[in-house]
Design a protein around this ligand. Structure first.
Ligand code: DCT
Ligand code: MG
Length: 391
């Protein structure tokens, strides 16, 4: 007997608050028990979002519409569907009727229509036709190629191309990254497991320590949030003595190359200079650390497998020690959680957050931090551990 009621709460003091923006989920687990009130806040960075939740039958559908909007270059619509899905991920139980959604934040009319249809009919016609559409499937296949973004995929789609095979068949001009993307397409489509990520962690640690003893290496992205699979493996590297990390990436990649562990790599230099750059734009997460986009050649553990190795996408990022907390927060994700942190900072706190720094526009100063906890505190947010940032 789970008695769940939603009611509203004024949360954005000083802002005109719409009904959709204010919410409290009140859960009364026992008829006679004390009701414990749980807030359903409207920013994803105010909520705890576990990896496993009760509503994937709805969130997967909304995320297809979000993805499709992204393919159609409609960012606003894409984010709206993603936010709606994210709210459902934070619910403490499966949604059974539209009543359960009363007053929840971020659920626009369109998302509600889709949810209603799924609850009543078991599926949504719009979602199913999107899933089956030639454009959706082609865009998924083409943007699935390493080095291919929505713009390029869309141009190819308009030219009649549908898959990596079509690119090869028609002899498309590809850059070096895309050539690697096509060459290792099948491997890179396969999810990377946590066990594979652990093997790669050991390799990266060995490489980094061989060229810079005392450096610190941290597994980032989805695996830091507790995911069991990912599309790549992300690492953040630093050294407690600021300055020692400069020029580190070429040394790491050379070591890896010598061991025959790299199939592809492209390093971009660190181009962030606080004095020159000023506060980061709130809407952008493109950080400017020294970064290496790579493809590792990973030996398989089972000798019985057809080929002895597989290709795995690995991202290496080097951060100066003084920016490490911001880099850690920025590279943990999820993408929506990061986006919402930056939106919260800008809209609610007049601050600007990036993977390099936090700038307070009211006081005109940079706020320094050594830990993620300190950054959440500056932002006036409750600390959310990585495993609950799966928004
Ligand atoms: N990131 C971000 N905004 C982006 C891209 C990335 O904030 N547009 C951050 C959040 C996660 C981190 O960088 C790593 O990115 P991905 O590897 O793309 O995400 P992931 O969560 O690790 O997902 P996956 O498990 O599929 O690799
Ligand atoms: Mg990742």
């Amino acid at each position: 007997l789970l008695d769940i009621r939603w009611f509203t709460e004024s949360m954005e003091a000083g802002h005109p608050v719409t009904v959709q923006d204010r919410h409290i989920l009140k859960v009364n687990p026992k008829p006679n028990g004390d009701p414990t009130a749980m807030l359903m806040k409207s920013y994803a960075c105010q909520r705890r979002t576990p990896l496993k939740h009760y509503n994937s039958f709805l969130t997967e559908a909304l995320e297809i519409l979000s993805q499709n909007a992204e393919y159609n270059d409609n960012e606003g619509r894409s984010v709206a569907f993603r936010r709606a899905a994210s709210v459902l991920k934070a619910l403490p139980r499966r949604v059974r009727s539209m009543q359960d959604l009363r007053c929840l934040p971020c659920l626009g009319d369109h998302s509600q229509r889709v949810i209603k249809e799924i609850l009543e009919d078991g599926s949504s016609r719009e979602v199913e036709s999107t899933r089956q559409s030639e454009q959706y499937q082609a865009m998924k296949a083409l943007t699935g190629i390493f080095g291919v973004g929505v713009r390029t995929a869309d141009r190819w789609f308009r030219e009649g191309l549908r898959s990596p095979d079509d690119l090869i068949r028609t002899g498309q001009q590809l850059n070096r990254e895309q050539q690697a993307g096509v060459q290792y397409y099948d491997d890179l489509q396969k999810p990377v497991t946590k066990a594979e990520a652990d093997v790669i962690s050991d390799i990266v640690e060995k490489a980094v320590h061989a060229v810079l003893p005392g450096a610190e290496i941290q597994l980032m992205g989805g695996f830091r949030r507790g995911k069991e699979v990912g599309h790549d493996v992300d690492f953040l590297i630093t050294h407690p003595e600021e300055g020692k990390e400069e020029g580190l990436m070429p040394k790491i990649t050379n070591w890896l190359k010598e061991q025959g562990l790299l199939l592809y790599q492209k390093t971009t230099r660190n181009s962030y200079l606080e004095k020159m750059d000023g506060p980061a734009r709130a809407s952008s997460n493109m950080d400017r650390f020294e970064r290496c986009f790579s493809i590792f050649k990973l030996q398989k553990s089972h000798q019985s497998e057809a080929s002895g190795w597989r290709a795995v996408r690995v991202d290496l990022v080097v951060s100066p020690y003084s920016q490490f907390a911001f880099a850690t927060l920025g590279w943990t994700g999820s993408k929506l959680f990061e986006r919402e942190l930056r939106r919260w900072a800008g809209q609610e706190k007049h601050m600007s957050l990036s993977s390099h720094a936090l700038y307070d526009s009211k006081q005109n100063l940079y706020l320094r931090a050594k830990t993620e906890e300190e950054i959440f505190a500056y932002l006036g947010l409750e600390f959310i551990p990585p495993s609950e940032r799966n928004a």
